[in-house]
Design a protein around this ligand. Structure first.
Ligand code: GDP
Ligand code: MG
Length: 660
């Protein structure tokens, strides 16, 4: 919103400019006035639009042309005053004043003008006919008004119109020549319609209209008013109302009506609420609210944001197959100025058999954007109308900034839900396949992917001790000299070598020694392509010896040359290491014989999961049927049950670590 409004009054001498200003201020007609009134400032709280307003007089007798030009360039709106009983003063409006003002302003940023016919108390007839022809000729004229400083008729109105012309200009909304809404305005209102159409059926039903009204005007719409609005549309338009709801056509018609009736502040209120600025572009402050991310902290979406994103997904998954077809995805991004997701996203997240992004995949991609580029995430949420639909102060409430990683390390626990794993390895060692393996794609599926649609990221969920966490894999380009801060900053490191290529382990050893040997980031060696015959690596020690020497878990075999989806075990282990970096897991094998494997399997076994679910069900069913849900003891006991599960799991895990 603007900080203030500056209104300048010009016109021929003796038309009553000074009297108008004095009448406004003193609420009575001054018989004697000076040539020129002092500049006055009306404080914000007494003006209808709540902005400080300066009113500036002009007098040919007291001011030079140069001073007039200066005032013109400073003004936000100019009232050209004529006297209704003085024909010459009307003629001068077009022959002198409008050209003089327009010469001093850009064609694209014309100052709004208001034609003011003063001394209406002196005549019976109206000057409106003459003035309307002038108005039709000059689109910069916002409105015209007849008033009288003497009888105080339309004095407050005049200054209100002037204020409104600045705060709610018609120019960007409406083209008076064509008598229709401008394209940018249609576009903005169409986006607003789509965002407000919560069930995406192309109609604003009563619920959606009431919600819309509430968010834009802070007042509920009375049921009768709702019907009246629909009736107006019905009367004027054949397909403006369908199934008792407003169609896009009807919605646009309604706004055209507001504008044509001079009630464009209504349309502006809607546009502003949805983040538009005076040029009908989404405001930078709306899209990019300030959000401070201290170093060593990461960004995640909070629970409510996931719920919001879920509702957006549901709204566009028209066939309810829990995946977004290309058309459904395009429809979802219809409220964006551009399509933000390229085809590489389909190879970054989980998809269904048709290659369409699944519900899980969709949430994963949002999680990735939030983690890697929170500004972009805020921008995208802005396009979806997050703060409006989820009724939040600002977009920033969508984001959780996690605490400093150093504190997590100190306290040996974390509340984070997203962990990043950087994947290193020489060219052709199998990094990309490893990433795609995480998305459940075997070698066969991977071969179908076009080079230009490949991604350096893969994100999906992994369950660690019953908790669902996101693991974000990032393939680092294997050029030693170009490793940046971000290539090295992560929660866990994966070093991949190709068991069938004797030269590939050396790269891993070098990267480890140069960057990670002294860091606190846990590292894991992956023996990729384990379906191929293993060859001896050309290095001074074997990978296993290397791991022993550097206190790393032994190399983990991995292959994506599988009939079904590749095994997820390794990704669960990586997530576990990322969550508990302090726990030096010596054994990370999948031998299924050693104590660690047995216990790990036990923890993940169906038996434990069933017991856990049973425990929950018992607690819940007992209390839901017999006790008041609101009673605090119920929640207390339920949470004790949940805590017990978690404690049991951890105790077992810790005992295991100690024993090893
Ligand atoms: P300015 O030169 O445009 O500032 O005009 P003034 O405010 O000095 O007014 C010129 C003359 O018109 C004065 O004698 C005023 O009293 C008179 N006047 C101003 N407004 C009105 C009005 O609304 N009705 C009538 N009857 N006289 C007015
Ligand atoms: Mg004067």
């Amino acid at each position: 919103m603007r900080k203030d409004v500056r209104i300048l009054l010009v016109g021929e001498p003796k038309v009553g400019k000074t009297s108008l200003i004095m009448s406004l201020v003193s609420e009575e007609f001054p018989e004697v006035v000076p040539y020129r009134a002092e500049e006055i400032t009306i404080p914000a709280d007494v003006t209808p639009e709540r902005v400080p307003t300066h009113i500036v007089d002009y007098s040919e007798a007291e001011q030079t042309d140069e001073q007039l030009y200066q005032e013109i360039s400073k003004a936000n709106v100019i009232c050209i005053v004529y006297s209704v009983n003085n024909k010459k003063s009307i003629e001068k409006v077009t022959s002198h004043w409008i050209p003089l003002i327009n010469e001093r302003t850009d064609k694209d940023s014309r100052i709004p003008l208001i034609l003011v016919g003063n001394k209406s108390d002196l005549v019976e007839h109206s000057s409106m006919e003459t003035v309307l022809t002038i108005m039709n000729k000059y689109s910069e004229i916002e409105t015209c008004v007849e008033c009288s400083a003497k009888s105080l008729k339309n004095i407050s109105e005049l200054f209100y119109y002037a204020q409104k012309a600045v705060l709610h200009p018609t120019g960007p909304l409406y083209c008076p020549d064509q008598k229709e809404m401008r394209l940018a305005c249609v576009r903005a209102l169409t986006r607003i319609f789509k965002v407000s159409d919560l069930d995406n059926d192309g109609i604003l039903n009563d619920y959606e209209l009431t919600f819309f009204q509430g968010t834009c005007f802070n007042t509920p719409l009375a049921p009768q008013a709702l019907e009246d609005v629909k009736n107006v549309v019905r009367k004027n338009l054949s397909d403006g109302v369908r199934n008792n709801g407003l169609t896009l056509k009807g919605f646009l018609f309604l706004h055209t009506l507001f504008i044509e009736r001079g009630r464009h502040e209504t349309t502006w209120a809607v546009l502003r609420r949805f983040g538009y600025d005076d040029n009908l572009e989404l405001h930078q402050d709306f899209l990019f609210p300030p959000l401070k991310i201290p170093p060593d902290c990461t960004t995640e979406l909070n629970h409510n944001t996931y719920l919001f994103l879920q509702s957006v997904f549901d709204k566009h998954d028209m066939d309810r197959d829990c995946a977004l077809s290309p058309e459904e995805l395009l429809d979802l991004f219809d409220v964006f100025p551009y399509v933000p997701w390229g085809l590489d996203v389909n190879n970054t997240v989980c998809t269904n058999d048709q290659g369409w992004i699944t519900y899980q995949g969709y949430l994963s991609q949002w999680t990735l954007t939030t983690f890697l580029d929170v500004q972009r995430c805020l921008e995208y949420l802005g396009y979806l109308g997050y703060s409006i639909i989820a009724e939040q102060e600002s977009q920033t409430s969508a984001i959780t900034v996690t605490r400093d990683k150093k504190i997590d390390l100190q306290k040996k626990q974390t509340q984070r839900n997203v962990f990043c794993c950087n994947v290193f390895g020489g060219i052709g060692s199998g990094k990309s396949s490893f990433l795609l393996g995480f998305l459940g794609r075997n070698l066969m599926c991977q071969r179908a992917i076009r080079e230009e649609h490949k991604s350096y990221y893969a994100i999906s969920t992994a369950h660690v001790y019953g908790q669902e966490k996101y693991l974000l894999l990032h393939e680092v380009f294997p050029d030693f000299d170009f490793l940046s801060e971000t290539d090295l900053a992560c929660d866990v490191v994966c070093l991949i070598y190709d068991v069938s290529n004797p030269c590939s382990f050396e790269y891993c050893a070098q990267i480890f020694k140069q960057y990670f040997m002294d860091s606190k980031i846990p590292c894991m060696l992956i023996a990729a392509k384990s379906d191929l015959p293993e060859t001896k690596q050309q290095y001074c020690m074997t990978p296993l010896e290397f791991c022993r020497k550097h206190k790393m878990p032994p190399p983990q075999s991995f292959t994506c040359n599988t009939a079904a989806a590749p095994s997820k075990d390794i990704f669960i282990k990586l997530t576990t290491m990322a969550m508990y970096p302090h726990a030096r897991l010596r054994c990370m094998c999948t031998c299924n014989r050693c104590t660690f494997c047995l216990c790990q399997n036990f923890l993940n076994s169906e038996l434990v999961q069933t017991v856990r679910t049973k425990l929950y069900t018992v607690i819940f069913s007992r209390h839901i049927t017999h006790a008041d849900l609101k009673s605090s003891t119920f929640w207390l006991r339920a949470s004790i049950g949940a805590t017990m599960c978690a404690v049991l799991g951890f105790a077992m895990y810790r005992a295991l670590l100690r024993s090893r």
